[in-house]
Design a protein around this ligand. Structure first.
Ligand code: G6P
Length: 366
């Protein structure tokens, strides 16, 4: 009811603004990296595994895609991410030394549960879930679990569940890295410090809302949008496009920026806004040349620029500057303006934000 919503217009907006609290709660009680955060026996499992297989649907699948970058670069463990409904019907090659990780807000998504049972049927014994509902079937059926504390999520478009999943997956990365001897004490201390600072950093990003609202006024008049990202932020571009589709009904696609020239550049005109996510240091120069390719075709850029880049607003380039550069955890911050962009664009178009047409919060039948 209205009382629960407080100053917010919709549950989705309230849930976006709850993220600093949701992340703080999810990390509460984490004083150091120990495998037992994931349950009894996690040490032995993390010691034995030689790879990770992530299974999930929707937004939860995109958090898995971010985790792949972390698991491979920090824990140096080969990682595969697969859409649950594809995996369950595919003739895959089981590896009993893989850790099967399901990611689910509800813990009841039919395809993800079926994928888990399929993996178990193939002989996978090492199973772990990152899940927001402690009493769910997913938590009951997985050997290990990390329960995120986003709290009840009502808006169909997932927001705080996503960022808390990322927090859980980052902890998982550190715990595997540590067990496999790939994390020094200094690195552990640095990562923990960055994690603890997340609620404050998220608050600063939420303060960008007025700038995002002015972008949303432009987007509300569009029928298509393109999202570009590279590396860790490619899945964030995918998530930004998904949010916009789900609640504003604008057709949106995401591409890794380097693929622009292999197809989507043909679509770029002045009525195809191009959202560009998170240029990080290593790829910044390449991203700038991707941006020039867009400008040369009359495309209009909306750039979420990192704090330490020198990308400035100019003709056809709208820049929102992120408050601080955040290294490996940057995806948790960059997704927030994209959630707000989808939200305010949907509001401007007058759609039913919390209950978009044809979609359900939890898909418990196939
Ligand atoms: C539905 C919801 C999405 C969610 C997906 C997976 O499609 O509308 O927001 O990401 O299911 O749900 P889960 O509960 O497994 O994370």
């Amino acid at each position: 009811g209205a009382a629960e919503l407080g100053p917010y217009r919709h549950y989705m907006q309230k849930e976006i603004f709850e993220q600093p609290r949701a992340i703080a709660d999810t990390l509460e009680g984490v004083h150091g990296i120990v495998p037992e955060l994931f349950g009894d026996g996690a040490y032995r499992v993390f010691k034995e595994i030689d790879s990770v297989l992530i299974l999930a649907c929707g937004t939860s699948y995109y958090s898995g895609c971010v985790a792949k970058y972390w698991l491979e670069s920090i824990a140096r463990i080969p990682t595969q991410v697969e859409i649950a409904s594809e995996y369950r019907y595919r003739d895959s090659v089981p590896n009993p030394r893989a850790l099967v990780v399901t990611i689910s807000q509800s813990g009841e998504t039919a395809d993800t549960l079926a994928a888990l049972r399929h993996a178990q049927g193939l002989g996978h014994r090492h199973t772990l879930t990152i899940c927001n509902v402690a009493t769910s079937a997913m938590v009951r059926e997985c050997a290990l679990a990390y329960v995120t504390r986003a709290g009840v999520e009502i808006g169909v478009a997932s927001t705080k569940a996503f960022t808390t999943q990322l927090a859980g997956l980052f902890l998982l990365t550190l715990a595997i890295a540590q067990t496999q001897g790939r994390l020094t004490d200094e690195q552990e201390a640095e990562h923990l410090k960055a994690m603890r600072h997340l609620p404050v950093a998220l608050q600063a990003v939420l303060a960008l809302e007025p700038q995002v609202i002015s972008w949303a006024e432009d987007f509300a008049r569009m029928e298509n949008a393109l999202f570009l990202g590279r590396g860790l932020h490619y899945p964030i571009a995918l998530e930004g496009a998904l949010k916009l589709k789900e609640i504003s009904y604008i057709h949106a696609e995401a591409y890794p920026a380097g693929e622009l020239k292999h197809g989507p550049l043909a679509l770029v005109t002045s009525s195809m806004p191009v959202v560009t996510v998170a240029p990080n240091d290593a790829l910044l120069e390449k991203l700038k040349s991707n941006m020039q390719e867009v400008r040369a075709r009359g495309g209009v850029l909306y750039v979420l620029a990192d704090a330490d880049t020198r990308i400035e607003s100019s003709e056809g380039i709208h820049v929102i500057r992120m408050p601080e550069h955040y290294g490996a955890l940057s995806p948790l911050l960059h997704v927030v303006p994209l959630q707000l962009l989808a939200y305010h664009t949907a509001c401007a178009r007058g759609t039913d934000v919390d209950k978009p047409r044809n979609l359900a919060k939890s898909v418990t039948v196939e």
